[in-house]
Design a protein around this ligand. Structure first.
Ligand code: NAD
Ligand code: TDX
Length: 379
């Protein structure tokens, strides 16, 4: 299997990226280096990795603030750290924001991915000393790959499902929001770099993630925070839209399996096999909160159950009805299995937000942004 030694992780200060870095350093025995390259937009929060930075910083873990559209900076990093693996998480990731302002999604998700692919190609393939000789197209799989570009994507590129059926790796793309259209474009570019230039690319398309450190614009943390503050729980439309949910650490584990053992040029779907309508999910979250933090102890709440806060609001434009992934390829080929049940994962997540009020306060007050200005912008 492939053994990375010097990994560039883009978007490592966001939700999934920071969980992945923690997973890699603490759970896998990985002993190479990690360069976390992140622009620290509203979604990138250095506090997500404060403990990791103090434990591994400047030995195994290096943080660099920067934009994936900045080709000079990427060029310098590939050279300086002798990068052999890219794990590309950086993206604008929130559908509602993409509806209000698509431009940043086009820039980061499309131009940024292109810039990163091109930099990897320049360093790994265009260099005359490159060990890869099968440019432009590999005739056979490289028996011992020395580089890897893993692109992280989403099930939303496949479009929307009715009440039956699943997304397979072979399902034609049919994105419907500016976010999913920009992710679909980035997937196409990654695949094109494999077929055209022989760049050693793998791609994964995952369902909805949840867990600690998720920015409270996404459904689950938004609902937990609103319950803590006694605010209405806004359900879009009739609440019957369906999502498939996976605990973030299981996504990290699947990603690492694909990087080590996945076949070049292949796409792997990652799913939770765990479909919920939004209204059933929010009701379940209310029940967990009712146990973990009963309303009678929460001075912001008047009623007896958080369910009383549920409120139906105007639907999201172009709201995809259902996502559901078939992940048999990942299970059969690589032997991956998820390890955290939904019950357990939701409880862990609720408890994490209840305990980490300082993290929440810092997001709300913009406190971490000030910290970023003081600590990173001057570098
Ligand atoms: P996130 O919004 O929490 O984090 C994104 C990170 O990328 C942030 O740290 C941000 O600062 C950084 N970033 C944004 N623009 C950048 C730029 N131009 N240059 C460098 N860094 C930049 O997102 P997330 O939920 O952690 O998602 C990570 C990846 O996983 C994304 O590619 C997303 O499409 C994909 N994905 C997410 C989910 C999900 O449920 N959250 C599901 C499937 C796939
Ligand atoms: O307030 C809300 N009320 C509500 O009903 C919010 C924020 C969401 N919703 C609904 C919309 C969706 O049907 O809940 C569902 C989940 O919404 P989001 O958390 O915004 O996720 P989604 O749109 O499904 O996209 C997510 O999964 C795929 C991630 O944000 C993407 O980055 C990922 O690619």
């Amino acid at each position: 299997s492939f053994e990375p030694k010097s990994i560039l992780i883009t978007g490592g200060s966001g939700f999934i990226g920071s969980n992945f870095i923690r997973f890699l350093l603490e759970k896998t025995g990985y002993d190479g280096i990690i360069v976390n390259y992140d622009l620290l937009t509203y979604a990138g929060n250095p506090e997500n990795l404060k403990d990791i930075d103090s434990k591994y910083g400047n030995e195994q873990y290096f943080f660099i603030k920067g934009d994936i559209c900045d080709r000079e900076k990427l060029d310098e990093i590939f050279g300086k750290y002798n990068i052999d693996t890219v794990i590309h998480f950086a993206a604008e990731s929130h559908v509602d924001r993409s509806i209000l302002g698509p431009e940043e999604f086009i820039r980061t998700n499309i131009t940024g991915t292109f810039t990163l692919l091109n930099t990897a190609k320049k360093h790994w393939l265009d260099n005359p000393q490159s060990p890869i000789t099968h440019n432009p197209k590999p005739k056979t799989q490289n028996p011992k790959p020395v580089h890897r570009f893993h692109h992280i994507s989403t099930d939303e590129v496949y479009g929307t499902l009715g009440d039956t059926g699943y997304f397979y790796e072979t399902t034609p793309y049919d994105p419907r929001s500016p976010y999913s259209a920009s992710k679909a474009s980035s997937d196409h570019l990654a695949r094109a770099y494999y077929h055209t230039y022989g760049l050693p690319v793998t791609i994964s398309n995952c369902t909805n993630n949840y867990g600690p450190f998720q920015f409270p614009e996404k459904l689950i943390p938004l609902m937990i925070l609103n319950m803590m503050e006694g605010k209405p729980l806004p359900i879009y439309g009739n609440g019957k839209n369906i999502r498939d949910w996976l605990f973030v650490v299981d996504h990290c584990d699947a990603t690492w399996e694909i990087i080590k053992k996945g076949r070049l040029g292949n796409t792997y779907n990652i799913g939770g096999e765990n479909e919920w309508t939004n209204i059933d999910l929010v009701t379940k979250l209310c029940e967990i909160m009712d146990k973990e933090y009963p309303c009678k102890y929460n001075s912001h709440v008047k009623g007896n159950s958080y369910k009383e806060l549920i409120s139906f609001v105007k639907d999201r434009p172009g709201h995809d009805h259902r996502y559901a992934i078939n992940c048999d390829k990942l299970k059969n080929e690589l032997g991956w299995r998820q390890s955290v049940s939904f019950e357990e994962g939701l409880k862990k997540t609720v408890k994490w937000y209840l305990l980490n009020t300082k993290w929440i306060d810092n997001i709300k007050s913009g406190g971490y942004k000030k910290w970023v200005e003081q600590n990173y912008n001057k570098r």
